[in-house]
Design a protein around this ligand. Structure first.
Ligand SMILES: C[S@@+](CC[C@H](N)C(=O)[O-])C[C@H]1O[C@@H](n2cnc3c(N)ncnc32)[C@H](O)[C@@H]1O
Length: 403
């Protein structure tokens, strides 16, 4: 691989914004890629993948490069140099790379790789927490898996097409996919590509959705004609899947505290041809109260630490704080207590997170079942999906029935 000056500089600029200004990696990359219209697909993927890589390995690379936050421009170049040397990329004779101690970089890498928090590049508190919650063996495996690059998985929109037909259509757009056993609507891309540009995407034939995430809507056991509340619907990844499983029949009420996310949901629903979704912004508790005892199914895709999706969002390792986790656990329990009231007798509720921590998952369900509001519920089944077992995102889902 040959390094191109403008691409490397763009990457370093992006890193500065992410690390020093605290901006979100995905937003910064999106903005950076708009900087030069002449960049082709390869150039763009170099910037995106290299930036994500260095975000993922920030702690390890900073330690090897012997630099500390806030990072000066030369510090970021040193981190970039570590990235390049560890990948065996030949360094050009630019002043930024003069005197690079290649052997020392490799030696430090070998040394630090013996210590998990450096090898997996994670903050101390997170390493301690992961081990405390999952045990040494599972955490070591899991954090390793969560540092792998996530495959691109899409969900065929059965309102418009089957996965087999979709695969054929994408092939014509030079995108090769393959089926995933046990995930009936999923296709995985054989090679990374910008699939948002395809006509198939613009026509609403699929959504990008990880394989584990595709299990959540199915877990609710929805059927056409039901009344379903998607209580933390966000931009609607699961609502759209629910609509497809319900064959557009019945009613989905998509709630969220953020109206702008629901706006995006509406746009996506239109593209997908999902006609049975109504959005309601939770401005006050009346919105929830109005729905008490009315739903056949309630999906709580709860706000969480996002620790199960680190491979897709490595930035979260640095943004997440212990206090946020304490608050989010409290919110999760409040949501369970409050939103469970929207279910009818005999109705079912799914509590799901994209976290791998028992304290956000099974412990929350246990606490709920032992509370006053939970005494009318029974746990039908639950599923803990670890990334190290499944090869996809870490997730948790519990199915509860209102007696
Ligand atoms: C995991 S995300 C949902 C993702 C979405 N279901 C999807 O599949 O695309 C959690 C969502 O919960 C929302 N949220 C946070 N607090 C909430 C609350 N008290 N009530 C309802 N939604 C809430 C967030 O805005 C966020 O969109």
């Amino acid at each position: 691989m040959r390094l191109h000056r403008n691409l490397v500089f763009a990457t370093v600029d992006a890193l500065s914004e992410i690390f020093n200004e605290g901006n979100y990696a995905d937003k910064v990359i999106e903005k950076t890629l708009k900087r030069d219209k002449r960049w082709g697909a390869r150039d763009r993927s170099f910037i995106a993948e290299t930036t994500y890589d260095i975000v993922r390995w920030k702690r390890l690379y900073a330690e090897i490069a012997d630099v500390k936050a806030p990072f000066k421009r030369e510090d970021l170049f040193r981190m970039f140099t570590v990235w390049a040397v560890l990948r065996g990329i030949k360094l050009p004779d630019w002043p930024q790379f003069a005197g690079t101690p290649e052997r020392r970089i490799k030696g430090r890498f070998d040394e630090l790789s013996k210590i998990r928090k450096f090898r997996e590049s994670i903050p101390d508190w997170l390493d301690l927490l992961g081990e405390k919650e999952l045990g040494e063996k599972t955490w070591t495996k899991e954090i390793h898996a969560l540092n792998e690059l996530a495959p691109v998985v899409i969900r065929a929109n059965r309102l418009k097409i089957s996965p087999e037909q979709l695969s054929e259509i994408l092939k014509k757009e030079e995108i090769e996919t393959q089926n995933l056993k046990n995930y009936p609507d999923a296709l995985v891309l054989k090679e990374r590509a910008n699939i948002f540009k395809t006509k198939a995407f613009q026509d609403g034939l699929f959504e990008v959705q990880d394989a584990s995430s595709q299990r959540v809507a199915e877990f609710t056991g929805v059927e056409p004609g039901m009344r379903v509340v998607d209580a933390c619907a966000g931009a609607g990844g699961k609502s759209l899947h629910l609509a497809a499983l319900m064959e557009n029949k019945g009613q989905i009420i998509a709630l969220d505290i953020y109206g702008n996310k629901l706006k995006e949901l509406k746009r996506r629903a239109k593209r997908a041809g999902a006609h049975n979704i109504e959005t309601r912004s939770i401005e006050n508790n009346k919105v929830i109260k109005k729905l008490y005892n009315s739903a056949d199914r309630v999906l709580i895709d709860a706000p969480c630490s996002g620790l199960g999706v680190l491979s897709r969002n490595p930035d979260a390792k640095w943004k997440l704080q212990p206090e946020f986790l304490d608050n989010i656990r409290q919110t999760q329990q409040e949501i369970l207590q409050q939103y469970s009231k929207m279910l009818k007798r005999g109705g079912k509720m799914v509590y799901a997170t994209c976290s791998i921590l028992p304290s956000e998952n099974q412990k929350q369900v246990e606490f709920f079942l032992n509370s006053e509001d939970g005494k009318d519920f029974r746990l039908v089944k639950d599923e803990k999906i670890l990334s190290s077992d499944s090869g996809y995102d870490g997730f948790y889902m519990a199915l509860l029935e209102k007696k």
